[in-house]
Design a protein around this ligand. Structure first.
Ligand SMILES: C[S@@+](CC[C@H](N)C(=O)[O-])C[C@H]1O[C@@H](n2cnc3c(N)ncnc32)[C@H](O)[C@@H]1O
Length: 527
């Protein structure tokens, strides 16, 4: 859904307000204040709620909108499910959109509102804390979610302030009650007193700690700001890029497509408005809405896959194995395969040369997704094993020419795709994932044949789950060498100059490459 959404939300100071996919703020469930066709942009396409005198309804809250606008109701339902049921927004949102039968435009609005309110929560809560007369944790959590939805509309979407206020108050009245709607009205009126830049100046006023300022400005937990800053430095980048990196996490990601080599082309997608990918071969970027209607998507020969994921899979497939490349077809292993995106691309790349891919995934329903992903490929070219990858090295030692370990990780490099995850993740996740990541890489190092290569991949740039894992595993072993992962990525990329390497490992970045922050290490078994 995110491809229909505009972007917005907290951002760096001076970063232009972004926003596409906005729709009229006027509600399906009622008139905007004063019956002015609330929510339309003015003739110049500018939002009406920026600057100058703000217009509000003269009617008391009790006399205003009583019905919840379905798009806002969808956003509210999703935020509630995320907070109260630990749900994933990207899974709940499409169901809620279908249940409320939103048309494409309203679905885009609901998506922007949901994801924007979730991403922006850190900044918005700091704003709300200045406008509510009690600590936020003493508010009914449902009211707090509704207020976040209101704040996002007021500060980061092109919804006129009066429409945002009226419709949010209407939502609170309809789903929570009349009393809380008065509170929402009073609080959101205060929010309209400043624009986003003004509020960021206010909530960061007097702070001297750069981490705290960046965290509030870009709506990230401080520990993530610190970790990302360290990761930039560790990969030889300028620490000053942190603002751009955090801002990239708040932008709705473009949909990336890949045509499985030998099975499809992107001609139809390009004819439908997709743009050729600038980094990965056979890839495209698509901003045209519902991707499922594109030719090839339903058969699985064209897939949605971040270009960074495409590139790391291609880098593994592209490593020259030298003398190892004999006449026997190679055997490849994807040790953490679910849901199968990289398995499908690897199997498609390998089909020309008769490669057999073994895809391992311990979670049965995810293993089923891997089978679905591999279905377009000849059946004899792949096997899916429902198994714990940690046992594969002992059970099938020195058996594979190329092994991918796309390890379970915190996903700190894909925060833009998972809007709630920055608030759920904690440093303790790093601690609990660490042994699993090491055991999986150790298993892969056992499973790779002499002369073969292991790719260790995460969608996180955090040191603890990237270099630290690789360093620890290799320290305990001899007979392995690191390959230059940056060069390997360059060799398979369009243009051949990604600039992702610094030392032997490689790191892609959302603010530089427009990809998820994928990490890649390549390790060859020499003896
Ligand atoms: C980052 S995802 C892999 C994404 C996948 N490579 C793709 O491109 O679609 C990590 C996967 O590892 C799986 N996993 C978790 N524990 C595992 C284990 N002990 N052995 C193998 N896989 C495991 C998770 O269920 C999850 O599907």
């Amino acid at each position: 859904m995110s491809e229909t959404a505009g972007t917005g939300g907290p951002r760096g100071r001076g970063t232009p307000r972004q926003g596409k996919g906005q729709r009229s703020g006027g509600a399906a469930g009622g008139q905007g204040a004063g019956g002015q066709g609330a929510g339309r942009r003015n003739e110049q396409g500018r939002e009406r709620n920026r600057g100058g005198e703000r217009q509000f309804s003269q009617a008391a809250p009790s006399q205003r909108t009583r019905r919840a606008d379905p798009a806002r109701l969808v956003a509210f339902e999703v935020l509630r499910a995320v907070a109260a049921e630990d749900a994933y927004a990207n899974l709940v949102l499409p169901t809620s959109i279908r249940r409320h039968r939103l048309d494409r435009r309203d679905a885009g609005f609901a998506t922007e509102l949901t994801y924007g309110a979730l991403r922006g929560q850190g900044t918005y809560d700091a704003v709300l804390a200045r406008c509510v007369d009690r600590p936020l944790d003493q508010l009914d959590p449902a009211i707090l979610d509704a207020l976040r939805i209101g704040v996002h509309q007021i500060l980061a979407m092109r919804v006129p302030a009066h429409a945002a206020l009226d419709q949010t108050v209407g939502l609170v009245r309809a789903v929570i009650g009349a009393g809380p709607s008065s509170l929402a009205n009073a609080v959101l009126r205060k929010v309209t007193a400043r624009d986003l830049d003004g509020w960021i100046a206010e909530i960061t006023d007097g702070l001297t700690d750069g981490t705290a300022i960046a965290a509030l400005t870009h709506s990230h937990p401080e520990w993530i700001v610190r970790a990302l800053r360290q990761a930039l430095v560790a990969h030889g980048r300028d620490v000053g890029e942190i603002d751009a990196l955090l801002a990239a996490d708040n932008a709705a990601p473009m949909v990336h497509l890949v045509a499985l080599p030998g099975l499809a082309t992107l001609d139809d997608a390009l004819a439908e408005g997709a743009e050729p990918g600038r980094l990965a071969p056979d890839s495209a970027y698509y901003a045209g809405g519902d991707v499922s209607r594109l030719p090839g998507i339903s058969t699985g020969t064209v897939r949605v896959q971040d270009s960074g994921s495409q590139l790391v899979a291609r880098a593994l497939a592209g490593v020259d194995l030298g003398e190892r490349g004999g006449t026997e077809p190679e055997r490849w292993l994807d040790l953490c395969a679910g849901p199968g995106g990289k398995s499908a691309l690897l199997a498609a790349i390998g089909q020309d040369t008769g490669v057999h891919l073994t895809a391992v995934e311990p979670v049965p329903h995810r293993a089923q997704l891997v089978r679905q992903a591999l279905r377009p490929l000849p059946e004899q070219s792949w096997t899916v094993q429902v198994a714990d990858g940690r046992g594969v090295g002992k059970d099938q030692p020195e058996s594979f020419d190329r092994v991918l370990v796309d390890a379970p990780c915190t996903g700190l490099g894909a925060l833009r795709r998972r809007p709630e995850s920055r608030w759920r993740r904690t440093p303790s996740d790093l601690v609990s994932l660490a042994p699993l990541q090491r055991e999986l890489l150790a298993s892969a190092l056992d499973a790779v044949a002499p002369g073969g290569v292991v790719a260790y991949v995460t969608c996180s740039p955090h040191h603890a789950e990237t270099d630290a894992v690789v360093d620890d595993c290799l320290r305990k072993r001899s007979g392995f060498e690191r390959l230059d992962a940056g060069l390997a990525l360059d060799a398979v990329s369009i243009g051949g100059a990604l600039g992702a390497g610094h030392g032997p490992t490689a790191q892609l970045w959302p603010h530089v490459h427009g990809t998820d922050a994928m990490y890649l290490a390549l390790i060859r078994k020499t003896t």
